[in-house]
Design a protein around this ligand. Structure first.
Ligand code: ACM
Length: 747
């Protein structure tokens, strides 16, 4: 520690005004200590890399990386100590106390000196060096200025991972290596490789060739056979490639569920008779491994024996998530096994399964990681690592049991979610240590991981979903909370965008691309839509019509007027392509626009459509019930009286509704319409019965409309009957049903 502290104190004493006007050091993740110095080091053609002793490989790595980032090819000097104009890699056994990944970096006018106790520490520090160097367009006469500073840095967590699902979509080996480099650049150290699932088996197993000849391929809706797998040779190459970047590859082999592809290849391991098809739909399949057959475990142990030979990782991920246990409940063999073993329920049968596999892997010197569901029933034996994805409860339970945990709650770390839905600042706000843990329990939090589930992320879309949010995860995992600050991170990110572009990363959005405002201008009887992008580097395009493509859209330069019924669509453009979800606003210009509405039953405070006038504002709701454009009524019907202010000749009345049964929203049973001249005496003029099946799982919009003999009326009333409660077949059977309405209209 002494050797560490002395240079720090010296630098602190030399702090002067220039420190307050220091250049931005845009390193991500933010180092845990930076002291700014004076001046800068000039990296040029004549600089040498000094790596005395046994650090040749790192010296060559640095040379190659510098050649990529600067177009300079530096000389490696393996013999001498630093004597100026050099980058020195210094393996220093005395540099200790901050963990194996710690490093210190001293940049002065004369040299760049990187010190660490281990090669791994040097490797992490090299990433900081690479990020301190400006990009080629900022070089002056082939010289790159690196700001003087002293950095002492070490990770907050030992586990900083990315879980990449290569099942739902197959990703090429070269793409995996590219991601390993990107992970290295941001100081991640774990690549969690999701290799098996219902929709595919992607790892060659020599003993069971059908796992890949059958299990790696699925029939797509368009008749195409989709798939792919990694040969053992490719896997060894990837593992070695990652190891040379101090990244551990942790394979995930799913059991006892998420195994339909495996069962398609070897149906004898299932609880029910096959044959099975490799999954072609997203979601969880009900077919699972049969623990009552000895041969199932023989199969899995043979598979895992090959897995262990391929992956030196101490930890092997065995999945364990989302196991539908109905087949175990209905299977005579499973029931008999449960009786024999004294297992009270199928949760305990799952623990029996997990523990058996855990013991097998322990016999091979390995330990299991499982998703938080492995805690169900009796849980695993001591020593398992629990990866908490359904919130943080699994993590808390694991550390209270004395076990280790990886904290990856979906609401912060699932980058497969759109940025609309999980913004950069939310990801950045994540603290992997759950509240309320004792210091020793906190020690059992290994770290965190980002997850990229690839149902909606084929290889070519992964970059735009992953970035820039992966940088926030990098900082959540590396940087101590007291050194984290979103505004500062965001400022550094603006420079990092240049680095990402240089690396060829097709990064996406930080959050929902734009905010919008709509106003109805009474004089022109037109809607005016104003848009505002939420981040730099994006422009907005819009069109009026049904689709937005580059060819039929216009650049947005200012408010757009809509004076007829129609749809306004806007989308962000970024890096030459459309990015994020489009904003779709449908406007309706009708005779009820801007009327007074009186409601017999109040709408829910959660779904107001902007208030009392929301049903006659001319803005239609979208298929997203949370878009703020719908009024929701829970358990009650809609009973609205509309006062148009004066008599108008009316020949059509209507009301719009939404059905989204997974959110307990159903179409009304029927909608009745009444008209009146005086607001007291109403005449019923029609009723429209619902014709949308309540079992239709899609989100559906429907206008209930009647035409009448043209008549002068001032008032109309709409009564929509709620079905009351969710029907018996529905998961929410008996709970109050909602009706959602967006607009009442007259023409
Ligand atoms: C998971 O998202 N099922 C781990």
């Amino acid at each position: 520690m002494k050797r560490l502290i002395i240079p720090l104190i010296v630098s602190l004493l030399s702090l002067n005004v220039s420190a307050f006007a220091h250049p931005l050091i845009d390193v991500v993740p933010e180092p845990n200590s930076i002291v700014y110095g004076n001046g800068s080091f000039s990296l040029s053609r004549t600089t040498s890399i000094v790596c005395p002793g046994s650090k040749d490989r790192l010296g060559a790595y640095l040379r190659d990386q510098l050649a990529f980032f600067t177009h300079l090819r530096l000389r490696i000097d393996r013999t001498q100590a630093a004597n100026g104009n050099s980058i020195v890699l210094n393996l220093d056994k005395a540099f200790n106390g901050l963990g194996p990944e710690a490093y210190s970096l001293h940049v002065s006018r004369e040299s760049v000196v990187l010190s660490a106790q281990t090669q791994e520490g040097l490797f992490r520090g090299l990433q900081t060096v690479l990020q301190l160097i400006p990009l080629p367009d900022s070089a002056v006469n082939g010289t790159y200025k690196i700001p003087s500073c002293t950095i002492v840095d070490y990770p907050r967590f030992a586990w900083r991972g990315l879980n990449l699902d290569c099942v739902r979509h197959f990703m090429a080996p070269a793409f995996i290596k590219r991601y390993i480099d990107l992970l290295a650049y941001y100081k991640f150290n774990v690549f969690h490789w999701h290799l098996t699932d219902d929709q595919g088996w992607r790892i060659q197993i020599e003993k069971y060739p059908r796992l890949t000849s059958v299990g790696a391929w699925r029939n797509e809706g368009n008749g195409e056979r989709y798939g792919g797998f990694y040969t053992q040779k490719e896997i060894k190459e990837i593992v070695a490639y990652a190891a040379s970047r101090f990244i551990t590859v942790v394979p995930e082999i799913e059991m006892p569920g998420h195994c339909q592809a495996s069962l398609a290849a070897y149906p004898e391991n299932a609880c029910v008779p096959g044959p099975f098809q490799v999954g072609t739909q997203w979601g969880v399949y009900p077919n699972i491994y049969d623990p009552a057959k000895k041969s199932t475990f023989t199969f899995l142990e043979n598979v895992l024996s090959e897995v262990v030979r391929l992956f030196p990782s101490h930890y092997i991920h065995i999945g364990g998530d989302e196991v539908p246990k109905t087949e175990w409940e209905q299977n005579a063999g499973c029931q008999k096994l449960m009786k024999q073993m004294g297992l009270k329920n199928t949760d305990e049968l799952q623990s029996y399964f997990i523990r058996k596999i855990q013991k097998f892997l322990e016999s091979k010197g390995r330990q299991i990681i499982g998703w938080n569901e492995i805690l169900e029933g009796e849980g695993p034996l001591p020593g398992a690592v629990v990866e908490s994805w359904q919130g943080i409860d699994g993590a808390i339970k694991a550390v209270r049991n004395g076990d280790y945990t990886i904290v990856s709650p979906g609401e912060y770390t699932y980058l497969s979610r759109d940025a609309d839905d999980l913004s950069l600042d939310s990801v950045y706000s994540f603290n992997p240590i759950p509240p309320g843990l004792t210091p020793s329990q906190q020690q059992r939090v290994l770290g965190t991981e980002a997850s990229m589930w690839s149902e909606h992320a084929p290889q070519q879309k992964v970059d735009s979903k992953m970035f820039p949010r992966l940088l926030a995860i990098a900082e959540d995992a590396w940087t101590n909370p007291q050194n984290k600050n979103f505004d500062n991170f965001h400022q550094r990110l603006q420079v990092q965008y240049g680095r990402l572009a240089y690396l060829g990363v097709d990064y996406g959005l930080e959050q929902k691309a734009m905010t919008y405002r709509t106003e109805f201008e009474k004089d022109t009887r037109a809607f005016v839509v104003s848009l505002k992008p939420t981040q730099s580097g994006i422009s907005l395009r819009y069109t009026i019509g049904d689709t937005l493509t580059m060819s039929d859209s216009h650049p947005y330069h200012g408010p757009v007027s809509m004076d007829t019924t129609g749809t306004f669509i806007a989308q962000a453009e970024m890096n030459g392509r459309l990015a994020g979800n489009p904003l779709v606003l449908s406007f309706m210009i009708d005779k009820a626009l801007g009327s007074e509405v009186t409601l017999a039953n109040p709408y829910s405070p959660e779904y107001t459509a902007g208030g009392p006038g929301g049903l006659v504002d001319g803005i239609r709701g979208t298929l997203n019930f949370k878009d703020g454009l719908w009024q929701g009524f829970k358990g009650t019907g809609l009973d609205a009286t509309v006062d148009m202010g004066k008599e108008k000749k009316i020949s059509e009345l209507g009301a719009g509704f939404l059905q989204s049964t997974s959110s307990y929203i159903f179409m009304p049973e029927y909608v009745q319409f009444f008209v009146s001249k005086d607001g007291k005496n109403f005449t019923r003029v029609g009723v429209v019965k619902n014709d949308i099946s309540e079992r239709n799982p899609a989100s559906i919009e429907k206008d209930f409309v009647i035409t009448i003999k043209p008549e002068d009326v001032r008032y109309f009333r709409v009564v929509a009957k709620n079905i009351g409660v969710c029907p018996p077949w529905h998961p929410g059977a008996g709970a109050k049903a909602w009706i959602f309405t967006d607009e009442l209209f007259a023409n």
